[in-house]
Design a protein around this ligand. Sequence first.
Ligand SMILES: Cc1cc2nc3c(=O)[nH]c(=O)nc-3n(C[C@H](O)[C@H](O)[C@H](O)COP(=O)(O)OP(=O)(O)OC[C@H]3O[C@@H](n4cnc5c(N)ncnc54)[C@H](O)[C@@H]3O)c2cc1C
Length: 636
Amino acid sequence: MENLHRPTAATAFAHHSLVWVKRGPGTNSLKSRQRPARCTVSRSRPRWSMQAPGGAFTGPTYDFIIVGAGAAGSVLAHRLVNARFADGKRGAPRVLLLENGGTLDDAPIYEHIPLGFSQLLGSRLDYGFYSREDPAQMGGRGSLYFPRGMGEGGSHAISVMLYVRGSFLDYAFWEERYGATGWGPLDVIPYFKRSESNERAESQDAFGAKSREFHGADGPLRVCNQRHPNPMSLAFLRAAELEGSRRNPDFNDWNEGQEGIGMYQVTQRDGRRESPATAFLRPIRGRRNLHIETHALAERVVLDEEQRRAIGVSYIDRHGKRVIAHAACEVLLAAGAIGTPQLLMLSGIGPGEHLRSLGLKVVRDSVGVGSNLQDHAAVVVSHYSPDPFQDDRQHKQLYYTELLGKDPWTLFQYFALGTGPLTSPICEAGGFYHTRADAEDYGCDLQLRFVPFFSDPDPYKSLAEYRSGGDFLMNTNVRPAGFAVQSVLIRPHSRGSVRLSTVDPRTRPIIHANWLQDPRDLRTLVNGIQVSRKIIGLEPMEEYRGEEVFPASVTDKPEEYVRQTCHTANALVGTARMGTGPDAVVDPQLRVYGIERLRVIDASVMPKITGGQTGAPTMMIAERGADFVKQTWKLT
Ligand SMILES: Cc1cc2nc3c(=O)[nH]c(=O)nc-3n(C[C@H](O)[C@H](O)[C@H](O)COP(=O)(O)OP(=O)(O)OC[C@H]3O[C@@H](n4cnc5c(N)ncnc54)[C@H](O)[C@@H]3O)c2cc1C
């Protein structure tokens, strides 16, 4: 059995025999809390109570329990902890934030150094999921690797930090085609802006004024221009322009559209990684109305006796003890596109037949739970560069090899000045393309990301191998100098699924990505290889261009190369989609259909994946979700 909950093995499970025990005067059993007229919580310190039958411990009562301290959970905690009940009597709501991984303080230094990304994949911060695939569809491969973050900041704490919102059309379609009323482009812009403190919006020139229409200047999340663009990235942009692309100075300016090429903006502060944990959790960490419980694996949502309302969460704490915490107002699931559907299904909310096949009681037959899984599949064209080491000083700044972390100048640049190649987000330049004549009318189908780094066909696997040579400073691996262009399928048509493998919450669910099931997806990735080769072949890339290693050394058939080598670009979403229709799991206010006081607020609710990286849209969802919660409970 693969262990999801790393610290300890938990005590025996008794999923259906958990009972809430009476906890002394002033506290209520679950039975007596079935229909509180309103959310009322004692302001005194929470009391811990006796052990419950079946090995469970009962915990204190909170107003809100948030499961998952990732991109969405961090935003939610920030907004709720800073709110107050409008009646003036009850003060600030009490919030429990449950996180399966550790705290920001436990994280290695590489988490904070942007180029340290290479050290995060396959580390203890990465769940490292593997899917089950049909080998015929995937060029003989039976599984794919899916990094996912564990710990405060979630997947975004191990991300490549690109700040991309997608196109306004993504949100128009959420509303028009999926019934996500109130999530149109004009509705969501203020919530993107609320999170953001974008250096572009601070500038007093004409570009700054234009930027303020779309960017926030005083939110918690720092968004910046890159501090040290690699000369190869700039050459790539010149070549892409020659190929016919327009320069797009801001991919998030919806007046101008997404198409075009440019440098990506990144979530960084003074050259350091800005994650949802540094931006949203760090400022509230000491607050008395917040309890962050790390190394705590939520195992199911506790429902009232009639199975209609969420009243708490059962979790396994860092000591392996089962605890049941009570939510007087709501339970908010923010465990991500894998964790959230797993938790819903373990709670009896999911496809009835599947749950019954595992012996689970079906509380709500919801076919959409775990379905509609979407991701950005990607392939690379990768080149060696000629004569990489003729000038050490220059090449330590140009070719991101293992020499970089040992170079005193590079280290000085980073630690003293907050600049230099260690601030590179790895994918520095790129852009958006419309490659298929038959593409739906929802925008570009392809994103290119230029990586000033030689890569194997799977860059994440490649980075993990680099890491196996030792840590950043002592690495003994010898990586050839070079670069890669990654083609990302940003608006896929294929859909996958997440299903339980067992009823034990510590076991990994079964992920079936099902990429390339729709032939249009294959076509976009093949087109991506063609566009990349065209750009790489142009004059500005000449001085850096050595032999093409991939796909050339694998096959001369691009379709075959795509099937054999495509990898995730880390954007899993959609497994508890919002909107209307039989497969919708939550309504447009993110409330789970059929269960009161339970919301899903994370990447799972996206009905259709956005055409760009999914971190910023997830944080926007959490900002909006926090507002819904505050409106419901009259919080200001
Ligand atoms: C390698 C990588 C690179 C990426 N690069 C970018 C990028 O450049 N730009 C961008 O915008 N986006 C990027 N993303 C995507 C972005 O990080 C995600 O879209 C975003 O983090 C999703 O947020 P979430 O809150 O839904 O889930 P997550 O951020 O994954 O958070 C879920 C949290 O819930 C916890 N959890 C899960 N189950 C349980 C449970 N049962 N009990 C307790 N806790 C639980 C997890 O440990 C995790 O901390 C990247 C992702 C990865 C993995």
